[in-house]
Design a protein around this ligand. Structure first.
Ligand code: ARG
Length: 460
């Protein structure tokens, strides 16, 4: 029990099972850079207030530098008595600089320390995730660049709906990821606006430490206004996990499409060799495992969000040990995304699309029916009856085993005399259908070029 942070009031040490249950060092050790920067700021503050002599301050700072080296090169030795990171650091500090190391705990609690560590960890992690998201957007933008005028079928209900350009479809996914980037940035700004240091265990401090100085020293933009809220609040972690769950859902939807597109039945694209896998029994197989794994891992990301929400929901203020359960879902979300994001970026870059196949399926399935109905509207027909008449035409064509696009211009004008005979052939051309949809958010090549430029701007 010598190494523990608390023992004074107990006659005996903890039971083995109780100690094992409570230890968090095996997962919270990854917060060491933030625990050490917080400790340095705290040593400075204690020195400024003459609560620690200059000599003791220097001894502490030197020992903290040694500890940093040990963590960096992986030689920091964890002991069984190390309950959590904060305890391990203090134990090592005292080994390195003696009694001076025991002075650093004045004026802080693990309750405010752990919130600070986790906030700063997320503040550093978000830009890394953002860069990975940007890489996927870039892969999508590069694919789109080469497919600005490639016609593709657009779906609703997974039934062919209206033709689009492949670029338009790919960029739809890139815009979803753009909102994820914004959500992470928003989460980061808010978590940095709430320095917990000075909140102590929950009621602030009797020592005259200056919360604003901590905030300034550690890169926070503000100080949490209520010590009880600050040590009990895990909103920032929920916001982060909500953003990462949303990222998971976006990746999963993209990956689901890749699985479909790569099937023989769709035949839209081929996943590159480096992102495909084979079968142990079927020699011909070429499986999109990367896409499936990412779709699968989304379950963990959603689970982590739910885990933390459920952990929090019944907790009375302020700190409860349940809060120690906040970190593993956060770390798992980060680790999961750090595996998934680069794989998705690489997989998307590796796709080779089949332009002919896409064009072939874009025309079928009566996907130009809306266009014919809208041409009738332009000719003065109320949409309700235009819709009805084109519907009947679809049924007739279906009976003959052909598509509307298989009608000759004369046949079409025969049933729809309001239509302008000169425009009928362009009306039945899927490329014409795409070019007509040239509003700023539409799939027309010229609109998509604008969209692509805007996206590239945002990617930076
Ligand atoms: N390791 C704890 C956590 O992650 C911090 C320690 C607070 N422990 C306590 N008994 N107050 O939340």
């Amino acid at each position: 029990g010598e190494g523990r942070l608390w023992g004074g009031r107990f006659a005996s040490g903890p039971d083995r099972a109780a100690w094992d249950l409570g230890r968090s060092i095996h997962f919270d050790a990854r917060l060491w850079p933030y625990d050490l920067s917080g400790s340095r700021a705290h040593a400075d503050e204690l020195q400024r207030l003459d609560l620690v002599t200059d000599d003791d301050h220097d001894a502490i700072v030197t020992a903290l530098a040694t500890i940093e080296e040990e963590f960096t090169d992986g030689t920091f030795a964890f002991l069984d008595d190390d309950e959590d990171l904060h305890g391990a650091v203090e134990r090592r500090l005292i080994e390195l600089c003696g009694a001076a190391g025991g002075r650093l705990r004045a004026g802080r609690s693990r309750n405010d320390q752990i919130v600070g560590d986790l906030r700063l960890y997320l503040a550093d992690t978000i830009p890394v995730l953002t860069e990975q998201l940007r890489n996927i957007q870039t892969a999508l933008a590069d694919q789109a660049e080469g497919a600005v005028d490639w016609i593709a079928p657009g779906f609703t209900h997974l039934q062919r709906a209206q033709p689009v350009t492949l670029a338009h479809h790919l960029l739809a996914h890139a815009w979803a990821l753009d909102r994820d980037v914004a959500r992470l940035a928003d989460c980061r700004a808010r978590l940095l606006d709430f320095s917990p240091l000075g909140s102590g265990a929950m009621a602030g401090l009797t020592l005259p430490l200056d919360p604003q100085r901590y905030a300034d020293a550690l890169g926070y933009t503000g100080v949490g206004p209520n010590s009880m809220d600050t040590v009990a609040d895990r909103d920032f972690a929920v916001e982060f996990l909500s953003a990462t769950a949303m990222i998971g859902v976006h990746l999963s939807r993209l990956c689901e499409e890749v699985v479909l597109w790569a099937s023989t039945e769709f035949g839209w694209c081929r996943v590159g060799d480096a992102f495909s896998t084979g079968s142990s029994i079927m020699p011909q197989k070429r499986n999109p495992d990367v896409a499936e794994l990412v779709r699968g891992k989304t379950g963990r990301l959603i689970g982590s969000l739910v885990t933390l929400l459920v952990t929090l929901k019944g907790l009375p203020l302020t700190y409860n040990r349940d809060l120690q359960e906040d970190k593993e879902p956060v770390f798992d979300a980060v680790d999961t995304l750090m595996l998934a994001l680069p794989a998705v970026a690489g997989m998307m870059a590796s796709l080779v699309f089949d332009r002919q196949r896409l064009a072939g399926t874009a025309a079928g399935g009566f996907s130009l029916a809306t266009d014919v109905a809208e041409a009738l509207v332009v000719a003065g027909v109320p949409f309700r009856s235009a819709h009805e008449r084109v519907g009947e035409l679809v049924a007739t064509c279906e009976g003959r085993g052909i598509d509307i696009t298989d009608l000759t211009p004369d046949e079409l004008v025969g049933t729809m005399p309001e239509l302008d005979a000169d425009q009928v052939s362009s009306l039945l051309d899927p490329m014409g259908a795409v070019h007509r949809r040239n509003a700023v958010q539409g799939p027309a090549p010229e609109a998509v070029r604008g969209q692509l430029a805007t996206l590239r701007d945002r990617i930076g």
